[in-house]
Design a protein around this ligand. Structure first.
Ligand code: URP
Ligand code: ZN
Ligand code: ZN
Length: 463
């Protein structure tokens, strides 16, 4: 059965025009003027007049059912990727995180098992937590399995964090294997010193999370990593960039011509550290790493989105319920599980506050939410494009639609929203994924296990 999307304003990373899209067998078959002759009895016809149609979103940063800080993130692959679909994101890239000393293949198998129930398409990054000979030898084999991006943590010292010696080994092994290494850039040593000192001084509440890992410690880590990446001639990326210091260090290097890439997240664009003053432990909702920065930092990130130096918008969706998970750190902020929800709202937030707020064009919106991730992560033009032969992953947004975000209505299992009370202007009305209409005006029609693993091509440093 086919799907016809009629008379929408089609948005791509470079174009904007009114037309029809005809999809069959999970693929876009034709894009053009009037394609109504293609549809017959039993086909799905969507009238998109007055609405925008763009490539299904790719969220390159989720953590579904992640074991972390003594608990497991609250959304599994079924619920988490259904939430993604409801917000117009049709592909997610989740992080497989191996046990310390464990094989990358064991982590990959564990993530494949968990993801088999996902209704949306999925891919994996591989985290690197241990520079053992075995792990270094497995990296090219993991690339051959279609997992072509990696993440190492400069923070989380004593857990999954790594030192510079490990970082250097990972940079060399990943770049030699045709992968791209992304970093969680924060100075782990300084954070541990500050956390210990604050707790000893009786500074135990969530309001001490940001001061324990201030923006300059992210800037320092970005600068150090860039220096090493330049020396070892390795391409490098920075996930969840949160503020001025990281952005300035990165932008200087990128403008100088260094092969570097960056991602930021809606929470760093739209919130400031006043969230940590919320009473009754509500502030713990916003405990994530890096933390939400003081007012003013987000201006630098908006600059990066508008000038093209920041390439992708991820969510770092890693939800923990306040009631029974965040509460583990009631008497010690360093024990609050780090992370928050967001996969459902990424596209509508960027549309409302990025396009609507005058920061970015509609074409940049498509780049940031889909096309750039497809290119950087080796999925283009199968994903991120509206062209014959591409996957039929399409999001339709009604620019006149409005709603207010709330934990009471989101699909995540989290009991809090980072964006409680935020107004949305421009609402996702329909989502076609794998050629199937999976979301219609608030009604999710997903199929457990309907998503597919997307094996990705090696990294192309010319992207
Ligand atoms: O606080 C966060 N970001 N939790 C998820 C793990 C990570 O560092 O991305
Ligand atoms: Zn991280
Ligand atoms: Zn993350």
């Amino acid at each position: 059965m086919g799907t016809l999307i009629k008379k929408g304003t089609i948005l791509t990373a470079i174009d904007e025009y009114v037309g029809d899209i005809w999809c069959e067998d999970g693929l876009i078959v034709a894009v053009g003027g009037d394609l109504s002759g293609r549809a017959g009895a039993g086909d799905t016809v969507i009238d998109a007049s007055g609405q925008f149609v763009f490539p299904g979103g790719i969220d390159p940063h989720t953590h579904f059912e992640l074991p972390f800080m003594g608990t497991i993130s609250a959304d599994d692959f079924e619920n988490g990727s259904a939430s993604a679909l409801a917000g117009g994101t049709t592909t997610i890239i989740d992080f497989a995180i191996p046990a310390i000393g464990g094989s990358l293949f064991d982590a990959l198998a564990a993530w494949h098992d968990k993801a088999a129930k996902a209704p949306a398409d999925y891919a994996f990054h591989m985290a690197l937590t241990d520079p053992s000979e075995q792990v270094l030898a497995e990296i090219p084999q993991i690339v051959a399995k279609g997992v072509t991006s990696f993440k190492a943590f400069m923070a989380y010292k004593g857990a999954i964090g790594v030192d510079d010696e490990a970082l250097i080994a990972f940079m060399q092994a990943v770049s030699k294997s045709g992968g791209l290494l992304w970093l969680h850039a924060e100075n782990g040593d300084a954070i541990v010193e500050r956390q210990k000192r604050f707790i000893a001084e009786g500074k135990t509440g969530p309001e001490w999370h940001e001061p324990s890992r201030p923006s300059i410690l992210e800037g320092e880590a970005v600068r150090r990593a860039l220096t090493l990446a330049e020396l070892y001639e390795a391409p490098i990326g920075f996930v969840h960039m949160s503020g001025r210091d990281a952005y300035q260090a990165y932008a200087e290097a990128r403008v100088r011509g260094q092969k570097a890439w960056a991602e930021t997240c809606p929470q760093y664009l739209l919130l400031d550290d006043s969230v940590y003053q919320k009473p009754d432990f509500e502030a713990a909702t916003f405990v994530m790493s890096p933390p939400i920065r003081p007012a003013g930092h987000s201006e630098w990130l908006w600059k990066g989105l508008s000038n093209g130096l920041i390439h992708t918008l991820g969510t770092d969706h890693c939800p923990f319920r306040l009631a029974d998970q965040k509460i583990m750190g009631k008497d010690n902020f360093t024990k609050i599980p780090n992370g928050g929800p967001g996969v459902e709202h990424r596209m509508e937030l960027l549309w409302t506050y990025g396009v609507g707020g005058g920061h970015i064009s509609r074409q940049r919106f498509v780049e940031l939410t889909s096309t750039n991730a497809a290119k950087i992560y080796g999925m283009y033009p199968r994903k991120g494009a509206i062209t014959p032969g591409a996957d039929a992953d399409l999001t339709i947004l009604d620019p006149a639609g409005t709603r207010t975000l709330s934990a009471a209505s989101h699909r995540s299992n989290c009991d809090r929203s980072l964006f409680e009370g935020f107004d949305i202007r421009g609402v996702v009305s329909h989502v076609v994924a794998n050629g199937r209409l999976q979301f219609v005006d608030g009604d999710l029609r997903v199929e457990r296990g309907g998503g597919r693993f997307v094996a990705r091509a090696p990294f192309d440093p010319l992207t």
